[in-house]
Design a binder for this molecule. Structure first.
Ligand code: FES
Length: 81
């Protein structure tokens, strides 16, 4: 399995819509961050699918190291420079 790439050292702030299904990119290779565009093919990694519980603004992990993915947990602050 390949390692996840760091897509961003900051979270992606996005608006989600209640009941809508999203596929968060876990591999860091998508060109449509923070969402999956299929670029994970062949990496052994897969997107994380989630359904928005309500319409709100959320912080999605950009560094792909969050332990609470797809949400940011501040892991980007602990990455080596
Ligand atoms: S492109 Fe990254 S998980 Fe699909």
């Amino acid at each position: 399995m390949s390692e996840a790439l760091i897509a961003s050292r900051m979270p992606f702030v996005v608006e989600v819509e209640k009941g809508r299904v999203y596929r968060w990119c876990a591999c860091g290779r998508s060109q449509t961050q923070p969402y999956c565009d299929g670029s994970h093919q062949g990496t052994g990694l897969a997107p994380v699918e989630f359904t928005a519980r309500c319409s709100e603004r959320i912080w999605l992990c950009g560094c792909k190291h969050s332990r609470h993915a797809p949400l940011c947990d501040g892991a980007h602050n602990k990455l080596p420079k």
